[in-house]
Ligand binder design. Structure first.
Ligand code: C2E
Ligand code: CA
Length: 434
């Protein structure tokens, strides 16, 4: 067996001119060879996080030097029987033949990742780059080369999306799996048949004035009843339907906002959650503009909420963020304070507001005082940057009062009101105005 493994590595063939690693074709042949011998193996796909930023800010020569250094480290962290390849750009792949189980594969992947994360000196600059690694293990996750590479790729995207560092293939995240295809067609059907409904949760200042309501999607499923968004937003993202969902919710929310304005609640704005895909869709701002015009709503009454973790990179989102800011809609950074959150990102995000993470808010009653200090610091820093702060997940009166003491601007949570269907919200607003 040992001879066979060495044979596969020496077959590595054409090399990438920049890094000297094997080419994609050579790596595929190496996997073919191991599979033909029935060898258990792990395929790892590595993608560097934020490589483009280095390339853009320090130049291509520095980018090339970084890739060469990381390739050399990758090679050094492998056993003689392993094969590494560059797939182009900042994507690398590794085949680890003979891994005993997924634990060993995780360990090997984590070691490689740690090795790559050590700082690299590029001229006068010290750069730290992290990699996201997806892995697929043969024969458990597939016994054909193309399937294993696709599955390692699915896992790599999941590692990146969830910021997990290393992730193994999971069919639940695979847009090509049967379950996914069935889910996607059911969601598509729901979006066309009106089975997605929008509920609204009020956000109020501490003097009781309702400033806005947040639109929250629900799926009214024929067999399963009302499905919470936590069960379908991820699937909508992975099946490419999230853009349709945002458009749908935005359209419905602006339509309903028009209604409560007609009933004398013109000061109450509306917030809609947007996803990563919206921020790299160059046509998204034009659709928002068209909906605002169709519903005759002032842009300043509409807030778009985005999670910092979902911003693809500021570079890629820049055009859309600038266009949205140009329309005059408000931008809110959701779940702020859930690590890793960065105050320095806020101006670049064109944000008007941060929403204090529920865990920080709910920790306000803890005796240790850590959450209170964190909340106070975020509120003070946000105010210094000209941003307002909304606390979310306020369930109890003492938390509400504590936030008012900390000079927080507004709050949302079960203490004020649960999310309500549009008609019920209108009645709730009416009762409060009395
Ligand atoms: P989110 O943006 O954090 O929305 C607030 C969630 O917290 C809502 O859950 C709401 O019901 C819940 N919540 C409100 N007050 C409290 C409270 O006092 N305590 C606790 N424990 N929870 C509270 P929901 O409606 O299940 O939504 C979950 C997530 O799904 C939302 O989190 C949002 O990220 C996402 N989502 C909802 N609708 C949409 C949508 O139309 N598009 C996108 N992209 N995401 C959506
Ligand atoms: Ca939100």
């Amino acid at each position: 067996m040992q001879t066979d493994l060495r044979l596969a590595r020496s077959e590595a063939g054409p090399r990438d001119p920049l890094t000297g690693l094997a080419s994609r074709g050579a790596l595929e042949r190496s996997i073919d060879g191991h599979l033909a011998h029935g060898t258990r193996l792990a395929v790892l796909l590595l993608d560097l996080d934020r490589f483009k930023e280095v390339n853009d800010t320090l130049g291509h020569l520095a980018g090339d030097a970084l890739l060469r250094e990381l390739a050399a480290r990758l090679e050094r962290s492998l056993d003689p029987t392993d094969t590494s390849a560059r797939f182009g750009g900042d994507e690398f792949a590794v085949v680890l033949p003979g891994v005993r189980d997924s634990e060993e594969a995780y360990e090997r992947a984590t070691t490689i990742r740690r090795e790559l994360a050590r700082p690299v000196r590029l001229g006068d600059v010290r750069v730290e780059i992290e990699a996201s690694i997806g892995m697929a293990i043969a024969p458990d996750d597939g016994d054909e080369t193309a399937a294993l590479l696709h599955r390692a790729d699915v896992a790599m995207y999941e590692a990146k999306r969830a910021r997990r560092g290393v992730a193994r293939y999971d069919v639940a995240h695979d847009p090509r799996s049967d379950a996914h295809l069935a889910f996607a067609s059911a969601l598509h059907e729901a979006l066309t048949s009106g089975a997605i409904v929008v509920h609204y949760q009020p956000i109020a200042r501490f003097d009781g004035t309702v400033v806005r309501v947040e639109a929250l999607a629900r799926w009214h499923h024929a067999q399963l009843g009302m499905i919470e968004p936590s069960r379908f937003i991820l699937g909508a993202e992975q099946s490419g339907l999230i853009g349709r969902l945002t458009d749908y919710v935005l359209d419905q929310a602006l339509h309903d906002a028009r209604r409560w304005r007609a009933h004398g609640h013109a000061r109450v704005g509306v917030a809609v959650n947007v996803a990563a895909a919206n921020l790299v869709d160059g046509r998204f701002p034009a659709r928002v503009a068209a909906l605002l015009a169709a519903r005759r709503l002032p842009a300043a009454k509409v807030t778009l909420e985005l999670r910092e973790a979902s911003v693809p990179t500021l570079d890629r989102a820049r055009v859309v963020l600038d266009d949205l800011a140009g329309l005059g809609v408000r931008l809110s950074v959701d779940d702020f304070g859930r690590a890793p959150s960065s105050l320095t990102m806020l101006p670049g995000l064109r944000a008007h507001e941060v929403k204090l993470d529920r865990a920080v808010v709910q920790g306000l009653l803890n005796h240790s005082g850590g959450s209170r200090r964190l909340a106070a610091a975020i509120i003070a820093a946000s105010h210094a940057l000209g941003l307002t702060v909304v606390a979310k997940g306020v369930e109890a009166a003492p938390v509400w009062d504590g936030l008012a003491d900390l000079q927080c601007d507004a709050a949302q949570g079960f203490h004020l009101c649960r999310p309500l269907p549009a008609d019920d919200l209108l009645q709730w607003l009416r009762r409060r105005a009395m």
